[in-house]
Design a protein. Structure first.
Length: 106
């Protein structure tokens, strides 16, 4: 059997201190769609492919996250990238940010 692919996710959940995110199968409990998709993707990859992937979820707030996931603290996405590399992750997933980009007309 080939080795597992280790995937690190960064979840920016600073504004969601008391939101219970332990059970993604119950749906979005009232956080942003991008944040919920990050948790749900990590959760379901871990649930359906445990023999193929190892998940590391790095977040600003580490309480009330799915207990089936390995979770760690990260202050921001740069900190999460560094910790992901230190943990040996093969892939690091984070939310890119669009900053005042204009689409040129052709």
């Amino acid at each position: 059997m080939p080795p597992k692919t280790k995937v690190g996710f960064y979840l920016n959940n600073q504004g969601y201190t008391n939101v219970d995110l332990r059970f993604p199968e119950k749906g979005n409990p009232g956080i942003g769609g991008t944040e919920f998709t990050t948790i749900a993707t990590a959760y379901y990859l871990n649930k359906f492919y445990p023999e193929r992937v190892e998940i590391l979820l790095l977040a600003n707030i580490t309480e009330l996250l799915p207990p089936s996931l390995k979770v760690g603290y990260a202050e921001n996405k740069m900190d999460a990238a560094i910790k992901s590399e230190q943990e040996g992750c093969d892939i690091f997933i984070f939310r890119s940010e669009q900053k005042n980009h204009e689409i040129a007309d052709s």
